[in-house]
Design a protein around this ligand. Structure first.
Ligand SMILES: [Zn+2]
Length: 680
């Protein structure tokens, strides 16, 4: 019967587990959405391990916030190179050829062994595979991790009992070992290289029999040190396991590599070196004698070893980040998901950041304003401001989609109620509101109200100046005059939507371009008369907007889409007007000047017109008069709109304009919409 010292038992290894930090998943989500998209090619990632701090905690590889960066590892942590495969669907994850992935990893390890490359970088023998599916909608992940090991034809066996480090080395020798190991890490030629830790994840410990001196060496000098009676040598591995007599996972491939490299037959002394980070304590290390045989590494006739490493149960682990996420952030990331997918699948060059940065001013918070705001949010435009003077009335909530019965009961100011509704829908919006009346030509200002109206003009001018895009969504012709003038002065992209009973007109006002003759017209460029009070002395049916219900939603959506196409055009607001049969000039297609549609025949047409140099709202003479005289000019126009016709010279050329109107250019006034909203 064999003595206990010569008995052999199969060597036990504790498998690695994978500990994936929350930051890793968030980073993966971001990369999937913006970088990998539907590409499922394997991606290199880094994890790290250290000696587990407690025997009850199984050794693990951590994937943290740095996983996608380099192989940086903290002191006494060892980097592990990994391969990430992130599938596009759960089905793909379940069907994925794990065997193949593992074989590829095994082949890489085997190559490192057969070429001897592992001697300079034993860390390369420890690898991991992470196969996962990220459900970006729900922030749920499923994953499975493998730690590939080469399987010898005959398992490694331990001879005799394991010995604690105190049974092998005295205190002085243990100190020499600990210091020697740290020196080895520090003495490597490239100390700053993050691979330094991986290069010493396996090493050699020698004990001179004559002097009892303990020294630590790189694993590459094994051959020179071993095979003499004068010294004992140990193959040492930085061991992640904390269980008393069980070795951690990295030893398996290191033993395989050493046995193959140096054609070992017999036994090797192995030291499982354990130094818990920050504790300067190696007392949990242990040594043992392991039976190895180069001749029994590979099965007869085989040229490479098989590889194992997926967990036995093959189960996918679920991770749900949604409870960890701030509800508002969850709402934000979910809301932008569709846009990111649009960019990913349809429009890789779509500049979503541009939309995120765009500030819009919505003049009018009625049916058009409400729907424009909703469509802006759909495009990820979250910075906008409502301007409206009205209050929510009982007739509004059904048609004006941001209001409800309570707003009407409270008579809430429309601008504020609309802003609050947007915040309720999507807390990420930075929405402002101004209860502000738009001064209108033909609505005279008396001396008493002069100062207040002057303030309104100044405030409106400041709001337009701050905005990138102005939506003109009021319900009367005269209420559009001052904003049009101010947009011209500040050279802002102005998108104008107007409704008729069964039709709509959506247009963008031209901004100044390098070629003034190319400038596109504004809402008033085809007008031959100055706007007047169209609201007083009207019956109820004349005062209220009477339109087919769907028309407003159509016009609002088109107004935002027109803005979107315009912003994605290289020239932005200065983009030339595309005609119906032109090729697309913007990433999003055509960038027309005007869109006119009718619901009764479901037809839509694109139209365009140049800016008119005698326009009563956007022409140079009007803008100059405003710049020179400021509010005095506005006040005189409010009191006497006819001044505009004289100022611009329109009066003199009315005949000419009349002729122009007989042509194809449309009559915008015909589909102007009317409402009490801006009545003063
Ligand atoms: Zn004009």
């Amino acid at each position: 019967m064999a003595s206990p010292a010569s008995e052999t038992v199969p060597l036990q290894f504790e498998p690695f587990t994978c500990r994936v930090e929350v930051e890793f998943w968030f980073d993966l989500e971001r990369r999937k959405l913006h970088e990998y998209k539907d590409d499922v090619s394997p991606v290199a990632v880094w994890g790290s391990y250290a000696t587990s701090s407690h025997a009850a905690i199984p050794s693990f590889v951590t994937l943290g916030v740095d996983a996608f960066g380099s192989c940086n590892a903290l002191p006494f942590h060892f980097p592990v190179e990994g391969t990430l495969v992130n599938t596009n669907t759960m089905e793909e994850l379940k069907r994925y050829d794990r065997r193949r992935l593992l074989e590829d990893a095994g082949a890489k390890i085997w190559e490192s062994i057969t070429t001897g490359a592992w001697l300079d970088n034993p860390g390369a023998l420890t690898q991991f595979l992470l196969l996962c599916f990220a459900d970006l909608k729900s922030h749920k992940f499923h994953y499975c991790a493998a730690f590939p090991v080469l399987l010898p034809a005959e398992s490694f066996r331990r001879r005799g009992p394991p010995l604690s480090i105190a049974q092998v080395f005295n205190d002085q020798q243990q100190r020499a070992l600990s210091e020697g190991y740290q020196a080895l890490r520090g003495l490597l030629p490239d100390q700053t290289s993050p691979l330094a830790a991986a290069q010493v994840s396996a090493f050699v410990v020698s004990l001179e029999k004559a002097t009892e001196a303990v020294q630590v060496h790189p694993v590459s000098v094994w051959k020179e040190l071993s095979g003499t009676e004068d010294r004992r040598v140990w193959l040492a591995v930085a061991d992640p396991c904390a269980a008393a007599t069980t070795a951690g996972w990295p030893l398996r491939n290191v033993l395989f590599a050493l046995t193959h490299q140096f054609e070992l037959e017999g036994t090797v002394n192995v030291l499982c070196y354990r130094e818990v980070p920050g504790r300067h304590d190696i007392s949990h290390s242990f040594a043992m004698e392991v039976c190895v045989s180069k001749g029994r590494l590979l099965k007869e006739g085989a040229t490479s070893p098989p590889c194992a490493g997926w967990p036995a149960d093959n189960k996918l682990k679920p991770v749900d980040l949604s409870p960890l996420m701030d509800a508002e952030k969850l709402s934000n990331s979910s809301a932008t998901l569709n846009l990111s997918l649009m960019k990913w699948r349809m429009l890789p060059d779509l500049d979503l950041q541009l939309f995120e940065n765009t500030k819009c001013l919505l003049i009018g918070a009625g049916t058009l304003g409400c729907n424009v705001a909703r469509t802006l949010m759909m495009w990820g435009i979250t910075r906008f401001t409502f301007v409206d003077y009205g209050k929510v009335s009982y007739s509004n909530p059904v048609r004006q989609t941001l209001f409800d019965f309570n707003d009407a009961r409270e008579g809430a100011p429309k601008a504020q109620a609309a802003a609050q509704a947007c915040r309720r829908i999507y807390p990420a919006v930075q929405v402002g509101s101004h209860v502000l009346s738009i001064p209108m030509p033909g609505h005279p200002v008396d001396a008493k109200r002069r100062a207040a109206v002057s303030d309104d003009v100044a405030q409106l001018s400041a709001l337009i100046e701050e905005a990138d895009v102005v939506f003109l969504l009021t319900d009367s012709r005269e209420s559009r005059w001052l904003p049009t003038l101010l947009c011209s002065k500040h050279n802002k992209l102005c998108v104008n939507a107007a409704l008729g009973f069964g039709g709509y007109m959506v247009m963008r006002h031209g901004v100044r371009t390098e070629a003034p003759e190319q400038r596109l017209g504004c809402y008033f460029c085809n007008e031959v008369t100055a706007p007047r009070d169209s609201l007083s002395d009207r019956t109820l049916d004349q005062q209220c907007t009477v339109t087919r219900p769907g028309v407003s939603a159509m016009a609002s959506a088109l107004a935002v889409e027109l803005m979107a196409a315009c912003l994605q055009h290289p020239l932005k607001g200065a983009a030339p007007a595309d005609k119906e049969h032109d090729d697309a000039t913007s990433l999003l297609g055509l960038v027309p000047h005007q869109i006119r549609g009718q619901v009764d025949n479901f037809q839509q047409h694109l139209m365009y017109g140049r800016a008119y140099d005698k326009c009563i709202a956007c022409s140079a003479s009007v803008v100059e008069a405003y710049e020179k005289q400021g509010f005095d000019f506005v006040a005189s126009v409010l009191n006497e709109p006819e001044l505009l016709e004289e100022l611009t010279g329109l009066k003199a050329v009315k005949e000419e304009v009349d002729k122009l109107l007989e042509g194809d250019l449309g009559d915008m006034e015909a589909i102007d919409d009317e409402d009490e909203e801006w009545e003063m």
